[in-house]
Design a protein around this ligand. Structure first.
Ligand SMILES: C[S@@+](CC[C@H](N)C(=O)[O-])C[C@H]1O[C@@H](n2cnc3c(N)ncnc32)[C@H](O)[C@@H]1O
Length: 353
């Protein structure tokens, strides 16, 4: 199918379930070579290897973990002696609190396909606190660039596809989840959405001017193949923004959790990638670093920790609200641990010309 300059990118194939044997020609609005989506058959979802099939989550374990992490901060002199003594006293009280001596929950490891089938309906509503952090940064980095063809890789429900379209780009979104894609198509009807995998993007070499990949690489254990794919489809001098959940936030329990259709708790894969992991994947494939930021939630955990004592009479509440609801039981420890913890890792790369 040929898309004429300036024409809407909506096409019958955007609603086709598979991208098999599909060839798409997308012409640039400005003079320049035509770009082409590759003739890649949809290889089926790539399933990340997981280390444990079931994750045991015991609320008391999380509370003691927060107290312990706060004690480690104090051990390198972030806090005064009273803070350390309070943490130790709280640990004793937590261990004796009958209401907290409850069994843990077995959360089943689910694939991203299962996870996003369940999460797609609630993904945008109520949304995610991370959106308010990455969207201004994406606009700041990509806003000054001239309009072109933009790829939203692992586009989900089209949150950033919509932002790219507002910036004047023609947008191609790729995602492995049909449920997320269905929402993206409704949200950004002028864009083209393809089912595809980050390990094998259904696009030709050097065909996009800009690429974003947000909040998805954390689901993958190894960054080499997906980052090489992003570099492959980017034209020389093209810009890439990667947004990922920061490994420090993940360590506090920020791994997406969902209820399976039968009500059982499920956890999506969440891997902790360090700066060296992104660089090790990006530099050998011709991506040069323009910027790297590790933003946190403004005012979250900053300043002096509260003096409120642990509420050891509290009920740990439903699994669905953990771990954030548990933080409210030990406010001083939680605030000390969250202070200065980045929420995101944001990279701006440019492909070498
Ligand atoms: C947290 S959502 C992020 C969606 C969107 N980028 C955003 O920032 O709102 C993660 C998305 O990555 C997609 N995803 C996960 N693994 C993928 C893979 N291997 N290939 C393509 N998409 C993948 C999921 O289907 C999901 O839509």
């Amino acid at each position: 199918m040929l898309l004429t300059p300036g024409a809407a990118l909506r096409s019958p194939i955007a609603t086709a379930p598979l991208v098999a044997a599909m060839t798409l020609l997308v012409r640039r609005t400005s003079p320049g070579p035509a770009v082409r989506a590759a003739d890649n058959p949809w290889p089926g979802p790539w399933v990340a290897p997981t280390v444990a099939l079931v994750v045991y989550q015991r609320p008391l374990g999380y509370l003691l973990g927060l107290e312990g992490a706060a004690l480690l901060r104090a051990f390198i002199s972030d806090h005064d002696p009273a803070f350390t003594e309070q943490r130790i006293a709280e640990i004793r009280r937590l261990l004796l609190a009958p209401g907290l001596d409850v069994e843990g929950v077995d959360a089943e490891r689910v694939t991203t396909a299962e996870g996003y089938a369940a999460w797609s309906a609630g993904y945008d509503d109520p949304g995610n606190g991370l959106f308010a952090i990455d969207e201004p940064l994406v606009r700041q980095i990509l806003g000054p660039l001239p309009p072109g063809l933009a790829l939203d890789a692992a586009c989900g429900t089209g949150r950033l596809s919509a932002a790219l379209a507002v910036m004047g780009h023609r947008v191609v979104g790729v995602d492995s989840s049909p449920d997320m894609l269905a929402r993206a198509r409704r949200r950004v009807p002028q864009a083209l959405f393809l089912q595809g995998d980050l390990h094998r993007l259904p696009l030709d070499d050097a065909c996009v001017d800009i690429a974003v990949c947000a909040l998805a690489l954390t689901h993958l254990p190894d960054l080499h193949a997906p980052v090489a794919e992003l570099a492959r489809v980017l034209r020389p001098d093209g810009h890439l923004v990667i947004v990922d959940v920061h490994h420090e936030l993940l360590s506090l329990g920020s791994v997406p959790r969902i209820r399976l259709p039968d009500g059982r708790p499920g956890m999506l894969p969440g891997y902790r990638h360090r700066a060296s992991d992104y660089l090790d994947a990006a530099l050998p494939v011709g991506l040069e670093v323009r910027r790297c930021v590790e933003p946190g939630k403004e005012g979250h955990g900053d300043g002096e920790p509260p003096t409120d004592e642990a509420d050891v009479g509290a009920d740990p509440g439903p699994w669905d609200a953990w771990p954030w609801s548990l933080m409210g039981i030990v406010p001083a420890a939680a605030k000390a641990v969250r202070a200065g913890t980045p929420s995101l890792m944001v990279w701006h790369f440019q492909r070498r010309s």
